[in-house]
Design a protein around this ligand. Sequence first.
Ligand SMILES: [Mg+2]
Length: 391
Amino acid sequence: MPPDERSIIHVDMDAFYASVEQLDHPELRGMPVIVGGLGPRGVVSTCSYEARPFGVRSAMPTAQARRLCPDGVYLWPRMARYEEFSVRVFEVFHEVTPLVEGLSLDEAFLDVTASLRLLGSVEAIAQRIKHAIGERTGLVASVGMGPNKLLAKLASELSKPDGFRRITAERAQRELAPLPVGRLWTVGKVTEQALHRLGIRTIGELAACDTARLAGALGRQAGAMQALARGEDDRCVEAEQAEQSIGAEHTFDTDLAELSLAESWLLRHCERIAARARERGLSGRTVTVKLREPPFVTHTRQAQLCSPSASVRDIHEVARGLLETWWRAQRHPRLRLLGVSLSGFAERRQQDLFDPAPTARLPDEVQDRINAKFGSGSLVRAGVLRTHRQD
Ligand SMILES: [Mg+2]
């Protein structure tokens, strides 16, 4: 399908956190409500529309907001409560299309191209979403429609609050042209300043600028940026796919004949897959070990954990049992390849963070933090080090 024949919807809840607070606390309705960090370095997450005439904006230091709006109601965020509303909002999205790309708790792109035949025009679908969200949550959503993400998001932004707007490909240039160039997707502060130096202030001026001249200042991104300035955007809506399994494996240059070394490799794989599961907020119940004897005979052994986990210790304990049982049953055990995977995923519950066995979790979390900071593989368990000599 040519990109400009798609129907994309962008939904963004109006002042989401603040609106939930006003819904839960009717006495706050009509008042400036500011939700965010309330400590000395706190930042505003969301403010109600009543706070905006005072100049309060999200991402502003809370201290500054207090100066601008001293009579506002300042609240810490209640994320668990916002997540409950988010679930209901996303349920509405999934009723009109499986192609939902969530950007945050309260914002998503939907590709409804394939839903048009069944559900009617893009306006009818957008209206249905807006209405269902209002009915089921009592909250207001702004909805933008367009042939691509760029224009759908622009449409919801321009019509907010209580927005409802469609920008067609034909109208794209006219809508975009007068807007400041900094509003264009991908144009950050540095690029904006570079464009200003070229005398380009609006998106229309960017679209009309000589490409060679622009490339002189911006390099290779110049062409892509001008396409966006014309309202062209071929990014797809990337629906979250349910992850089937997370695995790691290694083929050895020389066949592996020593159990303790095989166990080191197993631990290394377990560290990797557990870290990847934790990164995605997943816990798995099924552990599979893949064993390939030279030259190409592959065996798999599988076992279940007592409860879904993303902890190295849990996964490794089961994987190691599988490896050892297989190993001891062979007359001349030899491995060309060893792999481990985790599957049977459940979303990790929030309370897992406080759940039993904090001693089992702690090393995982320390490892995650150190590897996030210094690069993956910076911190590994001692048992894994032997495998590094073989890389
Ligand atoms: Mg929002």
